[in-house]
Design a protein around this ligand. Structure first.
Ligand code: FAD
Length: 431
């Protein structure tokens, strides 16, 4: 028995869940000798997609048709439509007339799909490094080292697919505490003692998460005073008009990939407002309506501090005091809150940290980032006879959809095709 997996995937978020589905469907169609064996290692104790931000009413920012499978295989049994059918909600969803289900419903869909792969996923298992397995000059496999319920484990793989997602970012000098939170931990912390007792919130940032958190706290915490602090003049709308939305099409990946660096930069500059530091227009309008209504009633609870920056944060025994610099007036005022929520975004995953020793095998571009092939495989030397693939962390090579869901079905299929082709090649070499 060969104990080497064809694929060991790190992380089991939507990206690697889409991969599990693509492998499953490949195997269903492949001859016995061509099937791929895949294992998935996930640090969370069970499947979860940004649980801390599963806010009631928050909706998806992509069409449900960009689910885990449809764009690759509309006949897949893992589509959102099949999920709805199995949950006996297909007709009700149609009557709903929306392309954008709530995140809660999409999470339920993802969990429903993930449940099919329970036997292939080691939950509660954090990958700590990847070691090359060497035979003479050749690197023939990769050992994926992880900490899990049974202590340290090692799984040998012909290919490693890293899909460790995005990582929360706080401004320099800010550290999390019982009263200083990142938006990613909102719901968990709200249920904790400081969260339950809080009546004054400051929310920092002007992107989608910040607007969602502001609206949620204002609506859900009775009588709470909510202060939104951001350096923009107003929230800026996300461009989700149809032509611009094309930047998330699978075909846009092809165009982006071959484009010279100067064009890639323009791409990002022109269309960053499809995703970064922007807010759904309906949510902007909703927040405006709330502020206006409270002004009419003369009882403001929602306060917008625009053109403002947090210059300093001091934690006291029972509160946090922010020094807020009003950029236009060049003045500083104090804002006392029970809790500060930093909705200051995320950075793409850092595959180098997960790869550890194996990072040495990977070639880098002039920018210092990994060089990635069109099939999402990191470029390695000729002596490396195994593959390291990235699902995410490829915005510099494959474009704006890298850390999003839009192309996850198609990308997973491309990776499976590449792995299967590599397997065939090796089999040819052996025979
Ligand atoms: P993730 O979902 O982050 O999954 C990565 C997984 O890897 C996690 O489960 C993590 O626990 C695991 N992991 C990390 N490190 C290790 C390790 N060392 N060992 C083992 N496991 C590890 N994008 C859209 O396209 N549409 C949306 O509507 C949308 N909504 C969003 C809403 C919120 C609140 C946020 C924060 C992001 C949203 N995004 C959205 C962007 C988001 O990046 C994608 O939805 C999606 O999470 C990407 O899937 P992923 O599998 O690449 O990453």
């Amino acid at each position: 028995m060969d104990d080497t997996d064809d694929i060991v995937a790190v992380g089991f978020g939507p990206a690697n869940l889409a991969l599990a589905i693509a492998v499953h469907e490949h195997n269903a169609a492949a001859a016995p000798g061509r099937r791929l064996r895949a294992a998935f290692l996930e640090r969370q104790p069970r499947f979860g997609w940004h649980r801390g931000m599963l806010l009631a009413d928050a909706t998806m920012q992509i069409s449900f048709l960009k689910d885990l499978a449809t764009l690759r295989n509309p006949a897949s049994r893992f589509t959102f439509l099949t999920y709805l059918h199995q949950r006996s909600r297909l007709v009700d969803f149609i009557n709903h007339k929306t392309l954008f289900p709530t995140r809660l419903e999409f999470h339920d869909y993802l969990e429903w799909a993930a449940a099919e792969f329970t036997g292939q996923v080691a939950y509660g298992t954090t990958v700590t490094g990847v070691r090359p397995v060497v035979d003479g000059e050749r690197v023939v496999a990769l050992d994926v080292v992880a900490d899990g319920p049974a202590g340290e484990t090692v799984r040998r793989a012909r290919n490693v697919v890293i899909g460790t997602g995005i990582e929360p970012v706080l401004p320099p000098g800010v550290t999390r505490s019982a009263r200083v939170w990142h938006s990613s931990e909102l719901l968990g912390n709200l249920a904790g003692p400081e969260g339950r007792a809080a009546a004054r919130f400051a929310v920092i940032g002007a992107g989608q998460s910040s607007a969602e958190v502001t609206a949620y706290l204002h609506q859900q915490v009775p009588d709470a005073q909510v202060h939104a602090v951001f350096s923009r003049f107003g929230y800026s709308p996300a461009d989700d008009t149809p032509f611009a939305n094309g930047v998330f099409d699978p075909a846009a990946v092809d165009e982006f990939f071959v484009a010279p660096e100067s064009v890639k930069e323009k791409f990002r500059y022109y269309h960053g407002n499809t995703n970064y530091s922007v807010v759904d227009i309906e949510l902007i309008e909703d927040l405006y309506r709330r502020v206006y209504r409270e002004r009419v009633a003369g009882r403001p609870r929602l306060h917008l501090h625009h053109l403002s920056q947090v210059a300093r944060v001091d934690e006291r025994d029972r509160s946090v005091v922010l020094q807020v610099r009003a950029m236009a007036e060049e003045t500083v005022h104090e804002l006392e809150a029970d809790v500060v929520v930093y909705a200051t975004g995320y950075r793409p995953m850092q595959p180098g940290a997960v790869l550890g020793e194996a990072a040495e095998l990977c070639k880098r571009a002039g920018s210092g980032q990994f060089r990635i092939e069109r099939d999402y495989r990191i470029t390695t030397g000729d002596n490396v006879h195994c593959g390291i693939y990235l699902q995410g962390g490829t915005e510099h090579s494959h474009g704006l959809s890298s850390s999003l869901l839009s192309t996850s079905a198609v990308r997973a299929g491309e990776i499976v095709d590449s792995v299967a082709a590599g397997r065939k090649e090796r089999a040819g070499v052996r025979s």
